[in-house]
Design a protein around this ligand. Structure first.
Ligand SMILES: *Cc1c(COP(=O)(O)O)cnc(C)c1O
Length: 465
C-alpha cells in the first residue's frame, strides 16, 4: 500500500518509509492512498477473537508486503503483553446503553500505550531488518513522553530524546519518564513551555544536520501514521463486543490532536457501522467551535484539569479535512495557508459533511468535576477528567438511545489526582501495582536552557555510536 501527503506535493511512500519519517516534505501528513473495506460478513466472522487476533486482521492490509504475517503477529503480541488486563481494552457499563472502554491498562496508564507500545516494536523490527539506527525526538506536555519512552526503552536501534517543559508537568507524569534509566533514554527538561519544546522539535526535524552521520529523526507523535493505524483496532473490538456489525454503534472521544477520533472515523470507513462520533473537548474548544459554528480560529491556550487535551490547534484535523475536501491537496494547501493568519473557514459542503459524521461539545473544568462526582455517586466508578469530558459530551449530544454509546476512557484516574480530589474523593486514587514505588524511584534528566543549539549539542553528544 502507498501513502500520500494531504498537501499533494510530496512523493508517495511505502509503509516502511512512512513509519520512519515525520511530516511530508510539503508540510502535509501521510495517509494511505486507499482504505481497506471489510464486508459485514467478514467483520461478523471476527466475533470472539482476542484483541491481538483482531488487531492482526484489522491492520494487515496496511502493512501488506512490508512485513510477513508471522513477524507481524509477533510484533502485535509483544506490543500488548505489557497490558495489565487480559482483555487489553475491557468495558464497564455506567448507564443504560452507556459503556466505558478502558484504554488505560497499558504500562503508562493512558491510551497512548496502544499506539506507542506497538510503534516501538514495529520500529525495532523495521530497523533491525534494515540494519539502521535512528533518533526519536519528541516534545511532551505529559502522556506522550512516557508512553513513547516505554515503547522505545528496549529498542537497540533507537536513541530517544524527550523534552518536557521544566516544572510544568505533573509529578506522576515526570517520574514516569525520568525513572526509566535505560541507556538509550534521555529526558530533557527545557526551561520554557510546551510550545517552546515543540518548536525545537519542529526546527530539528526541518534541519537534521546536527545529527551524527547516517542518523535521521523519527516522529512518535500522532502525525506518525502507525499510531493512528493501531488505534483503529479498539473501535472494532468494542463494536464486536456489543453486537456490531449487526448493530450500529456510537463513540465519544476526548479529543486533543484529533488522532484518536480520526481512527474512529477510519473504522467507520472500513466498514464498522458507526452512527455517531462525538468530539469532546475541554475549554480549548477549537474543534467544537469549528463543527458547531464554522469558527476554526486560534484562541489563547487555557490550562485545564484535563491537560492532555490542552492544545490550541489539532494537527491531525488536517487528515480529516483532506477527506472533507475530496482529497484535494491544493485545497488543503490553500486552507493551511489561510490558517497561518490564525483562522480558517470551511466551505459549506465540507462543513455539512463534517456535521453528518460528528457532533461536538465543549466541557469546562467545573462541569468536569461535577461529572466525576456524579458518576462516582451513581455507580461507584471513578473517571479521570479526560474521560469525564467524553461522558458529558456523549450525554449532551446523543442522537439515539437505542444503540450503545461507548465513551473512550483515555487515562487512569490515578494519573490526575488533582481533578479527582476536587470531585470530592478524600484519598488519591491508588496507582496500579507496577507503579506503587514510583515516588521512591531514582530519576534522571537534564535541565537545558531554551536554546536550540544547546539542545542539539546535547543530542549529538549522547547519541550512542
Ligand atoms: C493524548 C490524550 C488525549 C487526546 O488524544 P488525541 O489523539 O490527541 O485527540 C486525551 N486524553 C488523554 C488522557 C490523552 O493522553
Amino acid at each position: 500500500m502507498k501513502y500520500i501527503s494531504t498537501r499533494g506535493q510530496a512523493p508517495a511512500l511505502s509503509f516502511e518509509d512512512v513509519v520512519l519519517t515525520g511530516l511530508a516534505p510539503d508540510g502535509g501528513l501521510y495517509l494511505p492512498e486507499t482504505l481497506p473495506h471489510f464486508s459485514k460478513e467478514e467483520i461478523a466472522s471476527w466475533a470472539g477473537l482476542s484483541y491481538q487476533e483482531l488487531a492482526f486482521n484489522v491492520m494487515k492490509p496496511f502493512v501488506a508486503g512490508a512485513i510477513s504475517d508471522a513477524d507481524f503477529k509477533a510484533i502485535i503480541d509483544k506490543a500488548y503483553e505489557t497490558f495489565r488486563h487480559d482483555a487489553i481494552a475491557p468495558m464497564v457499563q455506567t448507564a443504560h446503553n452507556e459503556w466505558i472502554l478502558e484504554l488505560f491498562q497499558g504500562p503508562t496508564l493512558a491510551f497512548k500505550d496502544f499506539a506507542l507500545q506497538f510503534l516501538g516494536h514495529l520500529l525495532d523490527h523495521l530497523l533491525k531488518k534494515r540494519n539502521q539506527k535512528v533518533v526519536v525526538m519528541g516534545a511532551t506536555s505529559g502522556d506522550t513522553g512516557s508512553a513513547a519512552i516505554e515503547g522505545c526503552r528496549r529498542c537497540d536501534n533507537i536513541d530517544i530524546f524527550i523534552m518536557h517543559p521544566h516544572n510544568r508537568v505533573s509529578d506522576v507524569q515526570r517520574r514516569q519518564m525520568t525513572s526509566v534509566l535505560a541507556p538509550n533514554v534521555f529526558n530533557i527538561a527545557l526551561e520554557g513551555n510546551f510550545d517552546d519544546c515543540q518548536n525545537m522539535v519542529k526546527a530539528s526535524f526541518a534541519d537534521q544536520s546536527f545529527l551524527p552521520e547516517g542518523r535521521q529523526l523519527v516522529a512518535v507523535n500522532s502525525i506518525n501514521w502507525a499510531r493512528i493505524m493501531a488505534q483503529i483496532v479498539y473501535y472494532f473490538y468494542a463494536g464486536l463486543a456489543l453486537g456490531s456489525p449487526h448493530r450500529p454503534m456510537a463513540f465519544s472521544v476526548p479529543t486533543g490532536n484529533f488522532g484518536d477520533i480520526f481512527a474512529g472515523y477510519l473504522a467507520k470507513k472500513m466498514g464498522l457501522p458507526i452512527d455517531q462520533l462525538v468530539i469532546a473537548t475541554n475549554s480549548n474548544d477549537i474543534l467544537h467551535r469549528c463543527i458547531s459554528s464554522n469558527d476554526h480560529s486560534k484562541h489563547q491556550l487555557q490550562h485545564t484539569l484535563s491537560p492532555s487535551m490542552d492544545i490550541m490547534v489539532s494537527s491531525n484535523f488536517e487528515r480529516m479535512l483532506f477527506d472533507l475536501y475530496d482529497r484535494d491537496g491544493n485545497a488543503i494547501r490553500q486552507l493551511m495557508e489561510d490558517f497561518k493568519s490564525g483562522s480558517m473557514t470551511l466551505k459549506e459542503s465540507a462543513l455539512s459533511r463534517a456535521r453528518e459524521l460528528f457532533t461536538s461539545y465543549g466541557v469546562n473544568d467545573q462541569v468536569t468535576i461535577d461529572v466525576i462526582r456524579s458518576v462516582f455517586e451513581n455507580t461507584g466508578y471513578l473517571l479521570d477528567p479526560h474521560t469525564a469530558i467524553g461522558v458529558e459530551a456523549a450525554r449532551k449530544t446523543r442522537r439515539r438511545h437505542d444503540i450503545p454509546m461507548v465513551c473512550l476512557a483515555t487515562a487512569h484516574p490515578a494519573k490526575f489526582p488533582e481533578a479527582v480530589r476536587k470531585a470530592g474523593q478524600e484519598q488519591d486514587p491508588a496507582l496500579p501495582h507496577h507503579m506503587k514505588d514510583l515516588f521512591q524511584r531514582e530519576e534522571r534528566y537534564t535541565v537545558l536552557p531554551q536554546e536550540l543549539k544547546k539542545v542539539q549539542e546535547f543530542i549529538a553528544a549522547n547519541v550512542r555510536k
